[in-house]
Design a protein around this ligand. Structure first.
Ligand SMILES: NC(=O)c1ccc[n+]([C@@H]2O[C@H](COP(=O)([O-])OP(=O)(O)OC[C@H]3O[C@@H](n4cnc5c(N)ncnc54)[C@H](OP(=O)(O)O)[C@@H]3O)[C@@H](O)[C@H]2O)c1
Length: 252
């Protein structure tokens, strides 16, 4: 993609130990960025770093718990010390707890919102502060969800967390426009990862998939183009955008 070279840039990706985050980190590294890869499972991060080093990329595994603001601030500090100032943040670490609304426990609520909403907020704030101090702008990409736009049963807390992320995206884009920080969100449709893989193997999962406009789910690579767009100079005139990348699933 023209303008999507990320040589000399530093990216920080949350939830990089698997799924979309793993693929996003690979895509940014292949485009030339030095990438801080974060999650709780350090052995997975080491494996990803090995894959990136395999094509002479640069990756720094940093263990971080997205529910803990101190852990986030420490990870951001380590990344900047080791790799340099962060140019691109991808907020991606997330979980999806599936239950009937009346069955969620208090602990479920804290876990769901702590990971998907607090995690995004504290990362955006920690990185945004540093971008403002540095005075050279930056790019923040929030991975929201189709369910921010269109809820389905048994995922009310997840849908709430993702809807909040889209409004956080717009509010931060407005406030940080003067600092040349672009803040955008991607709302992916269903993409096969550890989060949902067993479901697509069930009869219920296959029936659900048949209702999608194109009767399929995606693989993590389907986000590559949008990630490169939003991480690079190619998106300098885009901010506060909520971009569905969902194969038409939000039209159902
Ligand atoms: N797959 C889809 O269909 C789909 C669709 C729309 C949106 N999304 C969103 O895309 C993002 C990635 O999802 P995915 O499908 O790739 O899921 P996944 O394969 O289950 O990966 C989730 C990632 O988040 C990390 N994570 C979870 N809790 C964490 C915590 N407390 N601290 C730090 N990291 C944590 C996990 O790492 P550790 O367990 O190692 O910490 C893992 O790397 C999520 O925000 C999800 O809501 C996914």
């Amino acid at each position: 993609m023209p303008g999507s070279n990320l040589e000399g840039k530093v990216a920080f990706v949350t939830g990089a130990s698997t799924g979309l985050g793993w693929q996003i980190a690979l895509t940014l590294a292949r485009a030339g960025a030095r990438v801080a890869i974060t999650a709780r499972r350090s052995e997975r991060l080491e494996a990803l770093a090995g894959e990136i080093e395999g094509f002479d990329g640069r990756a720094l595994p940093v263990t971080m718990d997205a529910r803990d603001p101190d852990s986030i601030r420490a990870a951001v500090g380590v990344a900047e010390t080791e790799l340099g100032p962060i140019d691109v943040l991808v907020n991606n670490a997330g979980i999806a707890i599936q239950k009937l609304a009346q069955d969620f426990t208090d602990a479920d609520y804290r876990d769901q919102m702590g990971t998907n909403l607090d995690g995004y907020w504290f990362c955006a704030q920690a990185v945004g502060k540093r971008m403002i101090q540095r005075g050279q702008g930056g790019k923040i990409i929030n991975i929201a969800s189709l369910l921010a736009l269109r809820p389905i049963p048994q995922l009310v807390l997840y849908a709430m967390s993702k809807a909040a992320v889209t409004q956080m995206t717009r509010a931060l884009a407005l406030e940080w426009a003067r600092h040349d920080i672009q803040v955008n969100a991607i709302c992916p449709g269903y993409i096969e990862t550890e989060m949902n893989r067993p479901h697509w193997r069930t009869e219920a999962g296959r029936n659900f998939m048949r209702k999608f406009p194109r009767r399929r789910v995606g693989m993590p690579e389907v986000l590559d183009g949008t990630i490169l767009l939003l991480a690079s100079a190619a998106s300098d005139f885009i901010t506060g955008a909520i971009i569905p990348v969902d194969d038409g699933q939000s039209l159902m």
